[in-house]
Design a protein around this ligand. Structure first.
Ligand code: AGP
Length: 610
């Protein structure tokens, strides 16, 4: 998703803005631009493509030396990904420059109104109306102009604004799209997330809904949506965000795949003390009484949704609580029946996913209890839920999630055990044993990485040249198949479909023909025979099968050619080991295809638009 950067200080703005945009590249984009203010003139440089194209343009056409500017990486929502639609956008009188992350839902009607008032537009973006609205609403006070403008906007926005008449401040405001203000000695900073602040600012604060900030070299003034001054407290920036280097790995994705044991260990450590589960303390500290919960709704997007599918199985089977699992963009429109006895769990690596945030807000409107499982500290979803259990995977830079996914799974396993203890639905010794397996999970993931990396590299060749691939499984294996399909799809661009193995014969098996690639997740022993019968059905139609199964089944599976075995553990935890195999298969397939593994086409790390 788009990245915003702003700087005012005593150094040259352009190198700072470009560096900050590089820090935000992982968010995903398809054009980029900057605007600087010098000699009472705003200069804009913007282009489609990667930042390297913008840097080439800057070399060819440098701007004046300026110490105040804004920058943007755009992930196209309205209008082609070209230099015309790239940000920053200027007002018609060239006195306002704006960069925007989000979607203005009433941009068409506002554009018509402005055109009737004699303004002209040349691009196709929703953003272009904002600088012109500022021009229209400006009567000598920039804060009032911003306040009047955002009251006219429907939808989501994070805005950084330059005004030609004020070389001492950059302005910013936001609604449902993250924006963070940073300060350091002699400089002020704006960014979409802390990744771009951690090197240059010592403290930061996240802007609240419709709040406005006036950022100068010597400090920041804050205002509410009516332009009334408000106070906000800065906090020290987490230096851990600095950990965004590849440390010798060729790609962030590979580094993060191998960071999974540590990510799981760091995540479960605060939740288990001396072998005893502490999740109840987190609920109590947040004032949540979980005893009255009689239903759970899990909601998330993409891979986070797939961890929800696993969570549904494990919580229902252990805690005997009914669990629904919805894609967030569906959950928020199906009028879910929620009440104070429902716990809504929102899972999100970034904590900023627009659909998941909207689902959380819907749950709160309906008086449900809300718990979030989030990886980015003080993100919107974390701050707005009643209780948050953080995954401590550290900054995840690759668009394709790996370590955060595994960390999310470990939180869901522990939640299931917590509810089972609380509701006394399983024998204590059984739950203690499962807790022991969860504590051993980092070691099992480590072992899986060691045992399967080479064979995954080898079997990834099976995908090269294939246009389609199918991932099948039953029960928990089906949840793993869903994540495996997405992993291959999102970085190798091969069409993949996950299918409940038992459902295949009800239509989709018609697509299986000679050499069709089918990955069968067959780790659930309780239904292994059933899954194998589905495997035989596709083999009978010429499919090329890769089988993922447990080590202890090696003997009975000796007749199958391409098997990848994961270590044995509790059936509930196998999705964590299958995920490692899927990630490695995906990584080596994309590598074999020469794709941009960390920044795959069309994708964004944090989808902050609906
Ligand atoms: C997963 O590899 C993708 N990057 C994507 O599906 C992601 O899981 C989804 O957009 C949800 O993101 P979140 O966890 O930050 O909410």
């Amino acid at each position: 998703m788009c990245g915003i950067i702003g700087y005012i200080g005593n150094k040259l703005a352009v190198p700072y803005l470009l560096k900050g945009l590089h820090d935000l590249e992982y968010r995903g984009y398809d054009s980029a631009g900057i605007a600087v203010l010098a000699d009472n003139e705003i200069e804009v440089r913007k282009t489609e493509g990667r930042l390297s194209a913008l840097e080439k343009l800057m070399d060819k056409k440098p701007t004046k030396n300026a110490t105040i500017g804004i920058g943007h990486t755009r992930w196209a929502t309205h209008g082609k990904a070209d230099s015309l639609n790239a940000h920053p956008h200027l007002s018609e009188n060239k006195r306002f420059a704006v960069v925007h992350n989000g979607i203005i839902e009433n941009h068409a009607s506002l554009q018509k109104m402005l055109e009737r008032e004699g303004y002209h537009f040349i691009g196709q973006t929703d953003t272009q109306i904002i600088p012109t609205l500022l021009e229209r609403n400006y009567n000598g006070d920039v804060i009032n102009a911003i306040s009047d403008t955002i009251k006219m906007l429907d939808g989501s926005f994070a805005l950084a604004i330059l005004f030609v008449g004020d070389t001492e401040n950059i302005y910013c405001t936001c609604r449902s799209s993250p924006l963070i203000v940073g300060i350091s000695k002699g400089s002020g900073h704006i960014a979409s997330d802390e990744t771009a602040l951690v090197r240059v600012a010592s403290q930061s604060v996240r802007l609240g809904k419709d709040e406005i900030a006036k950022v100068s070299r010597d400090g920041v003034s804050f205002f509410d949506e009516n332009g009334k001054p408000v106070k906000k407290a800065f906090k020290k920036i987490e230096r851990s965000t600095l950990d965004i280097q590849k440390n010798g790995y060729e790609h962030f994705m590979l580094k993060e795949i191998y960071e999974q044991p540590k990510a799981i260990k760091d995540t479960i450590r605060p939740l288990i003390e001396n072998g005893k589960l502490r999740i109840g303390e987190y609920f109590r500290e947040s004032g949540m009484d979980t005893g009255s919960i009689n239903r759970i709704c899990i909601t998330a997007c993409g891979s986070a949704y797939h961890t929800g599918l696993v969570g549904k199985h494990v919580i229902e089977r252990l805690a005997k609580v009914p669990v629904e699992c919805d894609i967030a963009s569906e959950f928020r429109y199906r009028q879910p029946l929620l009440d104070e006895n429902t716990l809504v769990i929102v899972i999100s690596q970034s904590g900023e996913t627009a659909d998941s945030l909207a689902a959380l807000r819907l749950a709160k409107d309906k008086k449900a209890k809300t718990l979030s499982v989030v990886n980015v500290p003080s993100s919107a979803i974390a701050e707005e839920s009643d209780c948050v259990l953080y995954t401590r995977a550290g900054p995840e830079i690759a668009v394709a999630t790996t370590k955060a996914y595994s960390a999310q799974l470990s939180v869901l396993y522990l939640l299931a055990v917590h509810f089972a203890f609380e509701k006394k639905t399983e024998k204590k010794e059984e739950l203690d044993a499962l807790l022991g397996h969860i504590i051993n999970l980092p070691g099992l993931v480590e072992k899986t990485l060691k045992k399967t990396a080479e064979i995954c590299k080898e079997y990834s060749k099976i995908f090269i040249g294939s246009e389609h691939a199918y991932f099948i499984g039953r029960s928990l294996d089906y949840a793993s198949a869903c994540e495996a399909a997405l992993k291959i799809k999102e970085i190798s661009y091969i069409h993949c479909e996950a299918y409940a193995a038992g459902e295949l014969k009800h239509g989709t098996i018609s697509l299986i023909e000679k050499d069709t690639v089918v990955v069968a997740h067959a780790c659930c022993k309780s239904i292994l025979k059933k899954t194998l019968s589905n495997v035989m059905e596709v083999i009978a139609r010429g499919a090329k099968v890769i089988l993922i199964a447990c080590e202890s089944d090696r003997e009975i599976l000796s007749e199958f050619d391409n098997c990848i075995f994961v270590p044995d553990t509790s059936e509930y935890l196998l999705p964590s080991l299958e995920a490692v195999v899927s990630q490695l298969l995906s990584y080596y397939t994309a590598k074999g295809l020469g794709n941009d593994i960390d920044k795959p086409r069309n994708l964004a790390k944090s989808v902050t638009v609906e």
